[in-house]
Design a protein around this ligand. Structure first.
Ligand SMILES: NC(=O)c1ccc[n+]([C@@H]2O[C@H](COP(=O)([O-])OP(=O)(O)OC[C@H]3O[C@@H](n4cnc5c(N)ncnc54)[C@H](O)[C@@H]3O)[C@@H](O)[C@H]2O)c1
Ligand SMILES: [Zn+2]
Ligand SMILES: [Zn+2]
Length: 378
């Protein structure tokens, strides 16, 4: 079948993207679903900084690629061997297709699936190859999802079935921003009531971490960003103090001051090695620094090594919120249904395909939290 899709043609382009040629909407042929795969009609797809990092080249991937990895939609067909998902089911896409059988999956760490990671790095589905093509040329998949399309084909291990009562725009953000930010607090840092938390970077991921910290009973919760509107949004989602990193001369001192000597848990949700250093410096003795952002692979962070030992510190990475999506997404939905997790507050607005390049300009400028592509819109 034919489907419209947003294609990234080359890495390394800088804003402005509106009016540029790096990201264009194309008509592609979509094949499959093959064995173990699903055909999904995309209803809502969020723009995440990880998409932007592929565009600007700080997260190198094969091109041409159909971008987008945070989405929800409706299953339109299932491939041979899929027995637990049916046409008409509503699904949330997650960005690590877990195979269920590798050592990491078998150890309860599906976010670390080695089979899924290899496929994602190569821009392929786990069964191999691409399903998007034109004139004999394959178009790479982004993180097994490729959600900036009217329709996509994904592996069964990329989706979680959700109740149709959850609106698509809320469901979409569960797949990356919320799973990642909330999970970093709850699964990776394992924050306990009364512990202090600082979150650096208040995009969809960092604000989800703030919401997670509030639900975990953390106090104080310090939110750090360079954009004033993000600080006020963080306050309304549970931050008890804010630090404007663009305005204060010493961010570490400001966070240490706000947390009574350093945070028990410091989460880097920017994607900057320099901010990771700041987060480490703002962590308390015995505390945990969590790396959530994805810096350019060539960037290095430098840490006072003796501090790890002398202060009994922990430095941990958190990919996809150390989540088990089939366990965590239903929990997140229950919290949202109970009014405890206002995911819709992350939504900046809806766009159609034509608005995609300009929306990446908004994201790059820090003016947006989650903008949602609605492929059926204009
Ligand atoms: N670990 C994972 O599984 C995972 C999943 C999704 C995204 N990510 C990564 O997490 C990061 C955040 O993603 P997002 O979509 O929320 O991004 P975003 O662009 O929406 O948000 C980043 C925020 O950081 C702020 N910021 C910039 N410089 C800062 C500084 N020096 N100090 C404090 N704040 C600063 C920006 O103003 C912005 O609000 C990115 O690196 C993304 O690639 C990781
Ligand atoms: Zn993402
Ligand atoms: Zn696996």
């Amino acid at each position: 079948m034919e489907t419209r899709a947003a294609v990234l043609w080359r890495l390394g382009s800088e804003p402005p993207y509106a009016g540029g040629s790096a990201l264009t909407v194309e008509s592609l042929t979509l094949s499959g679903p093959d064995a173990g795969e699903l055909l999904v009609r995309i209803e809502a797809a969020g723009l995440c900084h990880s998409d932007l990092s592929v565009i600007n080249g700080s997260r190198p991937r094969p091109t041409p690629m159909v971008l987008g990895h945070e989405a929800a939609g409706v299953v339109e067909a299932v491939g041979p061997g899929v027995i637990d998902v049916a046409s008409g089911d509503h699904v949330v896409m997650t960005f690590v297709p877990s195979c269920g059988h590798c050592t990491e999956c078998a150890s309860g760490r599906p976010a670390m699936c080695t089979v899924g990671a290899a496929a994602n790095g190569a821009g392929r589905l786990v069964a191999g190859g691409t399903r998007f093509a034109r004139d004999g040329v394959g178009f790479a998949h982004h993180l097994g999802v490729s959600a900036f399309a009217e329709r996509t084909v994904v592996s069964r291990g990329s989706v979680v079935v959700v109740p149709p009562s959850v609106p698509f725009d809320v469901a979409a953000m569960l797949g990356c921003a919320v799973l990642t930010g909330f999970g970093a607090v709850v699964n990776t840092a394992v924050v306990r009531p009364g512990e202090s938390v600082v979150v650096f970077g208040l995009g969809g991921v960092g604000l989800s971490a703030v919401m997670g910290a509030a639900l975990a009973g953390a106090h104080p919760i310090v939110a750090v960003d360079t954009v004033e509107s993000k600080l006020s949004l963080a306050r309304s989602l549970g931050a008890t103090a804010v630090v404007d990193a663009g305005a204060v001369s010493d961010v570490v001192a400001a966070v240490r001051d706000a947390t009574g000597g350093g945070a028990d848990h410091a989460l880097e949700c920017v994607g900057s090695a320099a901010v990771l250093e700041t987060a480490f410096a703002a962590t308390a003795r015995g505390g945990t620094t969590v790396a959530v952002g994805l810096p350019d692979p060539s960037h290095r962070a430098s840490l006072p090594a003796v501090t790890l030992t002398g202060e009994g510190r922990v430095l941990r990475g958190s990919y996809m919120g150390s989540a088990a999506p089939a366990r965590d997404i239903p929990r997140l939905i229950r919290l949202w249904e109970a009014g405890k997790l206002p995911i819709e507050r992350l939504r900046t607005g809806d766009i159609g395909f034509d608005g995609l390049p300009a929306a990446f300009d908004e994201l790059a400028a820090g003016r947006a939290v989650r903008q949602l592509l609605r492929p059926s819109a204009a």
